[in-house]
Ligand binder design. Structure first.
Ligand code: PLP
Length: 446
């Protein structure tokens, strides 16, 4: 059988794309020269482009297609919901069946003490929701001056004004007047960058102390919350030492500061549990989610709200915030089926006990390559550093600009040769679908 029954005309699509489509995070001049690649079909961990070329998608789209491509049970669930009720809102004393069922389901799989969800259309909107919710929380508790949110350099929390401000991407901050007031950044817990002379465990505690320093500088009575990704994803897959998050939690408790875990990447099984918060002992007050909740089949995001925060928000009456697509019934139907698949196929157990340990060993073996410095993974995310010279671990310069780094050369080479990876400066990243098997891991590493 042909891969795509009728292949579209790639050149026509490329011309139309260049003429009309402004892509996200893209150097349009460079794209117009090279010509865009048109993806047309997916199945399992593979994609096919408009010229019939097959690629292994080691990035799960954008860290989201956790159950892989081509799941007809999700498309059927979506079609059924579209036929029954394609849209209704949850604003004015109404709700829909999938939105309720998903809320109850999320409460069952969330860490203990989380029984409420606020739906959004994306991870960015969910982080905007966090900003408003934590400020509303402190206002209701009679401490309206607690407004500052502490985040980390090189973090990624989205592309809306608040999301990009929470994020610590300098390349984003230099455009469009960011960050907005009331958001400050501390360093990320990157052992490679800042851990000289310390064990990883010592460094984890040390990196958390930067939070305490900043809280004291600002005055604890001004600080509303701290936000962080359990593992920094778009910033380069920075895996913190095990001591980092428990120490962050201790500091937040000490100063009565809310802790937000942005699990947009790490949620829904990427590290072998429903949420990385359980794995790293984070005990957050709010959890941001998106991506893996529907495996990206339909856009959906949200905030899981702990009983501590929900109690105050609910008792406070009005929370004047929400989106037309908060709790979109079609997206919620997709999420319910996606979660059912993860459970039925025991993907969390498979990742935690079989394929992630296997990937870890195989990925680490890449460190023997003459152009690779370090190669490490956690669950189903992994990153390696390209080095100019292995002896002395001589690095290329790390640059945010995706057009400039040596990683982009590597990425283009891999893409042309059948594997999708992501590049962050000189760091190469993967986050494969959770369904990836051992033979497929061998294929990828090969
Ligand atoms: N938070 C994290 C940790 C992310 O990785 C992302 C997207 O990559 C977002 C938030 C923003 O999500 P979205 O692109 O759905 O707005």
């Amino acid at each position: 059988t042909p891969i795509v029954p009728v292949l579209p005309d790639t050149q026509v699509l490329q011309r139309l794309d260049a003429a009309h489509f402004l892509h996200p995070f893209t150097d349009h001049k460079a794209l117009a020269e090279k010509g865009v690649r048109v993806m047309v079909r997916g199945d399992g961990i593979y994609l096919w482009d408009s010229e019939g070329r097959k690629v292994l998608d080691a990035m799960s789209g954008l860290w989201c297609v956790n159950v892989g491509y081509g799941r007809t049970s999700i498309t059927q669930a979506v079609a059924r919901q579209m036929e029954t009720l394609p849209f209704y809102n949850s604003f004015f004393n109404t709700t829909t069946i999938p939105a309720v069922e998903l809320a109850a389901k999320l409460a069952r799989i969330a860490p203990a003490g989380f029984r409420h969800v606020f739906y959004t259309g994306s991870g960015s909107e969910a982080n905007d929701t966090n900003v408003r919710m934590v400020r509303r929380y402190w206002d209701l508790l009679g401490q309206p001056e607690r407004t500052v949110i502490i985040s980390r350099h090189n973090a990624y929390h989205g592309s809306t004004m608040a999301g990009a401000s929470l994020g610590g991407m300098s390349g984003m901050h230099v455009q469009g007047g960011l960050p907005i007031p009331g958001i400050v950044h501390i360093n990320q817990p990157s052992y490679a960058e800042h851990g000289v002379g310390m064990t990883p465990e010592e460094f984890g505690v040390h990196a958390a102390s930067w939070l305490e320093e900043r809280i004291r500088e600002l005055g604890p009575d001004k600080v509303a919350a701290f936000i962080g990704e359990p593992i920094q994803g778009a910033g380069g897959v920075i895996i913190p030492p095990v001591t980092y998050w428990p120490e962050v939690r201790r500091i937040c408790d000490k100063y009565d500061i809310l802790l937000i875990a942005d699990e947009v990447i790490t949620g829904f099984g990427r590290l072998g549990k429903w949420f990385a918060s359980e794995q790293f002992g984070i005990r957050p007050d709010l959890i941001t989610f998106a991506k893996g909740v529907t495996s990206g089949y339909v856009p959906l995001g949200g905030v899981l709200v702990s009983d501590k925060v929900a109690g105050v928000i609910v008792a406070g009456g009005d929370f004047n915030h929400g989106f037309t697509y908060s709790g979109h019934p079609v997206a919620c139907a997709a999420a319910l089926e996606n979660i059912r698949i993860i459970e039925e196929e025991k993907l969390l157990e498979q990742v935690a006990h079989d394929t992630a340990p296997y990937l870890k060993a195989r990925f680490a073996s890449l460190a023997a390559h003459p152009l690779v410095g370090t190669a490490e993974s956690c669950g189903f995310v992994a990153g390696l550093n390209l080095v100019r010279r292995k002896a002395g671990n001589v690095h290329y310069q790390v640059k945010f600009d995706p057009g400039l780094g040596v990683g982009m050369i590597c990425r283009a080479h891999m893409f042309d040769n059948g594997v999708i990876m992501r590049a962050v400066g000189d760091r190469m990243i993967i986050a494969p679908p959770l369904i990836m098997t051992r033979p497929q891991i061998d294929e990828l590493i090969g």
